[in-house]
Design a protein around this ligand. Sequence first.
Ligand SMILES: C[S@@+](CC[C@H](N)C(=O)[O-])C[C@H]1O[C@@H](n2cnc3c(N)ncnc32)[C@H](O)[C@@H]1O
Length: 933
Amino acid sequence: MNAVEIEQAISDLALQPFDAAEFPFAFLAAFGNKETTLKRLRAGNNNASDVPGGVLQRNNIHIAVCSPGTTGAGLQALRASPATAKGKAKFILATDGQTLEAEDLSAGETIACDYPSFPDHFGFFLPLAGISTVKEIKDNPIDVRATGRLNKLYVELLRENPSWATAERRGDMNHFMARLIFCFFAEDTDIFNGEALFTRTVEQMSDRDAGNTHQVLSEIFRAMNVKIADRAAANLPRWADAFPYVNGGLFSGSAEVPRFTRMARTYLLHAGTLNWKQINPDIFGSMIQAVADEDERGELGMHYTSVPNILKVLNPLFLDDLRAQLEAAGDNKIKLLNLRKRIARIRVFDPACGSGNFLVIAYKQMREIEAEINRRRGESHLGSEIPLTNFRGIELRDFPAEIARLALIIAEFQCDVLYRGQKDALAEFLPLTAENWIVCGNALRLDWLSICPTTGTGVKVTADDLFGTPLNQTEIDFENEGGETYILGNPPYLGARWQEDAQKDDIQGLFAHRCKNWKSLDYVSGWFIKASDYMGHGSALAAFVTTNSACQGIQVPTLWSMLFSAGCEIFFAHTSFKWQNLASKNAGVTVAIVGFGRSVRGTRRLMSVAEDGSLVVKLVDNINGYLTAGANIEVEKASSPMCQQAEMTFGNTPIDGGHLLLDARELEALGLDADQASRFTRRIYGSSEFIRGVPRHCLWISDEDLAEATSIPAVRKRVELVRESRQKGGATAKEIAVRSHQFQRMNEGRFQTIVVPGVSSENRPFLPVGLIERGAVPSNKCFALYDAPLWNMALIASRLHWVWIGTVCVRMRTDFSYSNTLGWNTFPVPLLTEQNKADLARCAENILLAREAHFPATIADLYDPDTMPENLRQAHEHNDEVLERIYIGRRFKNDTERLEKLFDLYTKLVAKASSAKPAKAASAKKAARKAAA
Ligand SMILES: C[S@@+](CC[C@H](N)C(=O)[O-])C[C@H]1O[C@@H](n2cnc3c(N)ncnc32)[C@H](O)[C@@H]1O
């Protein structure tokens, strides 16, 4: 169940008459527990409660229904109950149907409220449904509730008015929803006169069967588009005349409203009963977007980018600097005035703004600083000088774009109320201005300069329809000559494999003339290059949230070398962290933030999360495209190891049309005796065979054994089939068709073979390296080190290597794609002494032994991050400890520090190699001259 569904379920429960016996089960059902689970609890089988009237669901909640007036004592009894501890309850809850008290035992937080209002605290209980919630929602669930109510209305209206669901009318539908949201907000904030004017008018003037609801709404909307002076001629009904003139494009254009059903009317009235005053335009906007998007609706109420995450972009980009200036200004009136002027001319531009959350937060933060300036200058009465139109956005989808404008308007009003008081806020709020500053369109196709011109010289065009998003009416005079521009946001990331054709076209349009590798670029690269181009026309700084992949593997030599040669520099970066919202599918997105610009001055800030979770901020001279401190280096393929490590090659490539490879059944079908099986076949390991233990075999026939092997009909048949398939194949296949009993190459270790799967999940904390048994061979889906000393395995199993591979190699979706030339040969290793090698070999042995203790668990079982056995984890810890001490004499603090060291070593290795090259060439020339003489 998603957050919205849970909210609705517990709201429904609270409305029903209290049933003491049924309450615990109804409560659990509201959080998504299945009937079978509840049946078992009801029957007492799974109910381990030791409290009268109690129901205990293990690892979840202990509920007690108490006699009237004893809720507090009931909660106390639950807290003291041995069953609560034994059953590992996370929550305890007691209620007598009048009041309700609950405690989150891990956080130590409690709530106490009247029973009917417990749904107001539903955010508190969300962890019961496995949803780790955020403070803003816990404290103020209005945004989820509003989303839920409007979603019901939206779905019902589309059901009744299918034509409004068509592509042509979707815009009208979304516009209608934006109008409704505005009305709900306006009636709760005194923007409309009288209490609940909108909801009350609809309730009173529309029939219960909803036959005329659309007409009533239409008249109200029409009224809000008629200036007061023109009202007499407008022939408005008296009840509609009570509504103010709003304009701003929101109510211009057609006042047509979809037809309502009785149900839809009820939903609308329900939505009106919420207190919309408390709406958070940033949170609500992100959530409500899903209503208009069928794919996202299942995750309703879940998409929400937390304010602290947004601040990770805004603060280092420019807010920290504004705050520092505020601090430095103290009470100096002139300095404060200058800062205020500066702030008023700052433009914030989000070219993938969604419902405007980054813009809203930026606006609110800037208003906070401005308010403090005004306070210190004794001018708290002054209106804000920060124009809303300085907060510009581009958004592809029209509903979020509508919501973004609305969110900004609401944010402005809320800030005015907060800093200037309700009276002043109201006095200036209406009518809305009609400028269009959020553009609905494709940011990778639009000219950013026309949407956010770099100086105040743009043509002033006042759009006649703020909400109509006419692209040709986007040039608004900014009055901000010399002002700063900050480009920011979290554009869609989309790796190359996930892009739709149109998106690939966007990337081609932007990059095909600049680089060869454009096909491998992430979609987000488009925003980086557009920002860089924009910066060529005037000063601006940018910061985007992006998946790590934009700063890894092939993207670095492709995208970042382009940006650096355009003069861009990274002035701050926040390396990998989890970008959480409530959405289940998004739970694990790991992102980075990159701030960049041209002519950046001063030291750079590199932020990362330490292993203990704390934030580490380092001031460094340069940040490279891999987001590490150091020179702008690009890791290039090396044909052999740059340090002492052993040679690593591909495993054996079959090119066999599938006929050399055998599963267990096919092996058996060959009908070989034990001796033949051991001479003519081998166990073979590719990625999934090694990681998941899938058994696979292959024909492995030496030339000497060929005659004997092919005397077995089933073997001969297979060899023939291989030949046929090779003869139909490409040049390489044809070339080896003459020896179709064999793989392209026949490599195997004499003593031992270390294998590394070519592709493995990034969720595993270590790369799945290991030994395969003697007599087994690796396939080309693995890399192999034949008869290499075991300390090599210790290197590959280390966190250092995991970090290096994750950074410099290409990714396949979220998987690591290992490369010997790019990842292993380039892996910088300090000079290892014999003692170091012996220590590392022992570490590798310990890892193997630790795995052995769990036989027959597979690598996939053993390296599941949630269930990795402790002894194995410790063996890896020890391996890291030993290896990291070789690098720096202690453990690294975090991956950022690891990468920094690796890049430092790599830079030195490259420098050494290139200084050695001319010397080598010179001595070769000298030798050649000598020989010639
Ligand atoms: C990751 S969301 C970020 C939105 C918002 N900042 C948030 O946190 O919810 C990316 C937004 O970019 C929009 N988008 C995708 N492709 C776009 C394009 N080519 N031009 C403009 N916007 C685009 C999507 O519709 C989506 O709203």
